[in-house]
Design a binder for this molecule. Structure first.
Ligand code: HEM
Length: 427
């Protein structure tokens, strides 16, 4: 066996390819061998140590000093000099936000910016989320066929994200392209000829974020997390810095948008593939909150996250050198039979569904988790009421954007008989 960091690399470890079809189709299944035989392994393909068991993944998330999140937004695939030059032309300077910030800077910033995420503040957004959801469903409810992703699940979370951040609604079509480019730029493996185009889009996204931020600075009295951040900056300029605000303007859209859009697309696919469960939640909407949690566990939208070891240490019984980069596979942890009974079964009455690690864990745990949950619950409430008879278009092939971390089908086609819409007979 080859040697890497002093550790022999097994055949399975050498073959691990997070851009290959097995991981892209089902990341948890593709790492079953690892959970069973080699729960921490070095991937020479990636240059990362891969952590796959529930307890180990949770332990890594729990200690953000020993396992720093500094590399969470680093490009996983090194890019060409030309792409780097393109980014430089746009003065691209994505820096620390919250998710990749170390202590002692992180916690004071997180605390300073937490208020807009409290249940009391989130309640203000509920009517907006429901109104938007209904508007989008109105557009296709009579048509008999729809791609839930293109016709609803992509744009509603994007619009909610923009509202939440306090961004004006224009430029939405362009934003869609930009944010995808950010995902490919950060977590994907773009071919050399694609890299410059991706860099162009990321550069424009960065500049757009700066322009919007400038607009907000003119009048930061508005609702939304970014104006709130600008006001906090006046009180605590060392905690909420300029660099932070610009980076967060861009990263915040992705954090709030794609994660939620993908999680929702995964949830509808999973529920409709399990018809009996779909019918149960149609009959009893009180099952929806735990169904959402179980969807996040079974088919979460963040498959893997990253940390870097700041000192020599051990995970399980594997020695990890200082400086080692870790790919912690949340999707694998969520299917670990050592923590979840019959983990591959989709069980909306599972008592510990919410133990899933899809939102991370510990001091960096997702701040937007309750906003995401609210959106997913409303999507399910509206569609189980208005289109309980919809079904997946048979034999469709689900495709995924190749990347290590963000996971959801590109399209989810559904069909139904509009004559049988409940609102026709009982408006
Ligand atoms: C952090 C997942 C929705 C804002 C994170 C992390 C994950 C994650 C894995 C890193 C956690 C860690 O390092 O322990 C998700 C998923 C979502 C979602 C799966 C949807 C289903 C949202 C939304 C927002 C948001 C709607 C709203 C703005 C944030 C922020 C952080 C974060 C600000 C950084 C927190 C910190 O480092 O202190 N999220 N997220 N997320 N998320 Fe989310």
């Amino acid at each position: 066996a080859a040697l890497a960091g002093g550790c022999p690399v097994s055949a399975n470890a050498a073959a691990f390819d997070p851009f290959g079809s097995a991981y892209q189709t089902d990341p948890a299944e593709s790492l079953r061998w690892s959970r069973d035989e080699e729960p921490v392994f070095y991937s020479p393909e990636l240059g990362y140590w891969v952590v796959t068991r529930y307890e180990d993944v949770k332990a890594v998330f729990r200690d953000n000093i020993l396992f720093s999140p500094a590399i969470a937004l680093e490009k996983i695939t090194p890019v060409s000099a030309e792409a780097t030059a393109t980014l430089a032309r746009y003065d691209y300077a994505m820096a620390r936000t919250l998710v990749n910030e170390d202590e002692p800077a992180h916690m004071p910033r997180r605390r300073a910016l937490m208020d807009p995420f409290t249940p009391k503040e989130l309640a203000h957004h509920e009517a907006m989320v429901r109104r938007l959801t209904r508007e989008y469903v109105d557009r296709f409810v009579e048509s008999g066929k729809a791609d839930l992703v293109d016709e609803m699940l992509w744009e509603v979370p994007l619009t909610v994200a923009l509202h939440f951040l306090g961004v004006p609604e224009e430029d939405m079509a362009t934003m869609r392209k930009y944010s995808i480019a950010h995902t490919v730029n950060t977590w994907g493996r773009p071919a050399p000829e694609e890299q410059v185009a991706v860099a162009e889009a990321v550069g424009r996204f960065w500049q757009y974020a700066g322009t919007v931020l400038e607009k907000m600075r003119q009048d930061p009295s508005g609702h939304g997390w970014m104006p709130y951040g600008i006001r906090k900056q006046r009180e605590m300029p060392d905690v909420v810095t300029d660099s932070y605000l610009h980076s967060m303007m861009m990263a915040g859209i992705v954090a709030a948008h794609e994660t939620t859009a993908n999680a929702s697309a995964n949830a509808f696919k999973l529920l409709l593939e399990n018809r009996a469960v779909w019918e149960e939640i149609c009959a009893d909407p009180s099952l929806i909150p735990n169904a959402v949690e179980e969807c996040l566990r079974h088919s979460g939208s963040v498959a893997a996250w990253r940390r870097v070891a700041t000192a020599d240490t051990r995970i399980g019984d594997v020695d990890i050198p200082a400086g080692a980069k870790l790919l912690v596979v949340n999707a694998s942890a969520n299917h670990d039979e050592r923590h979840f009974e019959r983990p591959d079964e989709f069980d909306i009455r599972r008592p510990n569904s919410s133990d899933h690690l899809t939102f991370g864990y510990g001091s960096h745990q997702c701040m937007g988790k309750n906003l995401a949950r609210m959106e997913m619950q409303i999507f399910l409430e509206e569609l189980t009421t208005r289109l309980p008879h919809m079904e997946l278009v048979p034999d469709q092939e689900f495709t995924y954007l190749p990347n290590t971390s963000f996971r959801g089908p590109d399209h989810v086609w559904v069909q139904w008989d509009p004559q049988a819409n409940p609102e026709r007979t009982d408006p």
